[in-house]
Write a protein that binds this ligand. Structure first.
Ligand SMILES: *Cc1c(COP(=O)(O)O)cnc(C)c1O
Length: 450
């Protein structure tokens, strides 16, 4: 199994090499050269535990790591979750299920990939004897999950950029109150997209990447996408048999990493129905899926900050398939997008549709859910509850614990959601390293701290 770049100007990489590099050297994103079929394996996977399923699935994609070693890693990563099911599938009505993806250490779905990625980094440092500098940008949850996957690990320094004042206070505390010496929480002025751009620019400098042994931890790492595939399969296997073929997975979306994982499962032969990309008012992807137009707008901060994104970094992987794997066309389209051009695609048939929720509607959706079903959900998950399919079962991916966003949830339900991990954070000192949003400043900081 080899990994190629969506832009076609990178030699094939092994899984381990692709994970270590993060972004492909030509600026593209890694994808398996050929998607394997998992169709015949699904039935046999029905009785596995979450960690076993993850090991079986991931060993297809990282065959150079023995399956026993995968099992050791997935067991360690998912034993840190506070539910025996790891990803519990809750039935709300006959037509609606919620897949709770927030039982990990930082209470958002990013833990699924980043607990594992931390262990993959650890393995790499051990094998190569080389120190690793991990760099990423976050709109809130990726950073805290990445930090919790890497903190305290020998040979790893982790640097996380986030838009100052635009992540939820508890998200910031999760990043900046760890007390770990290898963790650097870096607020920068601007939006998530500004932070992300600086990170991308740093990775564009190959000499810098080599000199500090830099690895990317934002949602572009292929290991993240693959680790996220597992819970789609897990949920699919737990649905009533008659619901599986048509089920619609509804995914609160920002960078397009989560829904891409589900869509890839379908491409690999998991027979499900469709996907719905649920956006908040930052609706670039909704505009794309409803009209074919891809044009970046401005970011408007919302109740669902982890979806406040106008440049969905994983979208390039989908584009690669949409453009019939023509890497020259991917390069061309990405260049035009980078220049801020409006790019229009012909209407295509696809199993992905989309929806959008206004900011004012988010607390109303939380309140309605509470009233009707006594189920408390967070503002990201709430964005999914519009335009529900009438003729099929929906599985809504619940991406964060309501306790991470206490203000809006309290406003909607009348009581404040709490979680012991978050309560403990409130009394710890905040340790941040503010920097200007420039490539030069970040490179200098990283060099000084590796
Ligand atoms: C990251 C995140 C999202 C968006 O996921 P993408 O993979 O970026 O589309 C949605 N909700 C929460 C709570 C998140 O942390």
């Amino acid at each position: 199994m080899f990994y190629i770049s969506t832009r076609g100007q990178t030699r094939p990489h092994t899984f381990t090499e692709a994970v270590e590099a993060g972004l492909a050297p030509d600026g593209g994103l890694f994808l398996p050269e050929k998607l394997p079929s998992i169709k015949d394996k699904l039935t046999g996977w029905g009785t596995l535990s979450y960690a076993e399923l993850a090991a079986e699935f991931l060993s297809i994609f990282g065959p150079e790591i023995p399956v026993e070693e995968w099992r050791t890693m997935t067991t360690e990563a998912y034993s840190r979750f506070d539910s025996p099911d790891v990803a519990p599938l809750k039935k709300i009505t006959d037509k609606t299920y919620v897949l709770e993806l927030w039982h990990g250490p930082t209470l958002a779905f990013k833990d699924f990939a980043l607990q594992l990625l931390g262990l993959l980094y650890k393995r790499q440092v051990k094998l190569s004897g080389k120190k690793l500098a991990v760099l990423g940008a976050t709109s809130g949850d990726t950073g805290s999950a990445a930090i919790h996957g890497c903190m305290g690990q020998d040979g790893i320094q982790i640097f996380i950029l986030y838009p100052n004042g635009r992540v939820a206070p508890l998200q910031e505390r999760q990043m900046a109150c760890t007390g770990a010496e290898n963790v650097f929480a870096i607020p920068v002025p601007g939006t998530f997209d500004d932070a992300q751009r600086v990170v991308k620019d740093c990775f564009g400098d190959q000499e810098f990447v080599r000199s500090v042994n830099l690895s990317a931890v934002n949602s572009i790492n292929i290991a993240r996408v693959l680790a996220q595939c597992v819970y789609y399969i897990w949920a699919w296997l737990r649905l009533p048999a008659e619901a599986r073929a048509t089920v619609e997975f509804v995914v609160p979306t920002g960078n397009f990493g989560n829904v891409l994982a589900g869509w890839l499962c379908q491409q690999m032969g998991m027979p499900c129905g469709s996907f719905r990309v649920a956006t908040n008012q930052n609706d670039i992807l909704h505009r794309f899926f409803s009209s074919g137009d891809y044009k970046q707008g401005e970011v408007h901060p919302s109740h669902a900050p982890s979806m406040d994104i106008q440049a969905a970094s994983n979208f390039e992987r989908y584009l690669y398939f949409m453009l019939n794997k023509d890497q020259g066309r991917v390069r061309d389209v990405m260049q035009r997008m980078k220049a801020g051009e409006r790019v229009t695609f012909p209407k295509m048939t696809s199993s992905i549709r989309s929806s959008r929720m206004d900011n004012e509607t988010i607390p109303k959706a939380i309140a309605q859910m509470w009233q009707d079903w006594q189920y408390v959900m967070d503002p990201h998950t709430a964005c999914a509850f519009t335009d529900m399919a009438k003729d099929r079962v929906s599985v809504v991916l619940s991406t964060a614990s309501p306790a991470k966003f206490p203000e809006v949830v309290q406003e909607a339900t009348g009581s404040e959601p709490v979680h012991p991990t978050l309560e403990a954070l409130k009394s710890k000192p905040l340790q941040t390293h503010p920097l200007p949003a420039t490539e030069a400043a970040v490179k200098e900081f990283v060099r000084a701290h590796v």
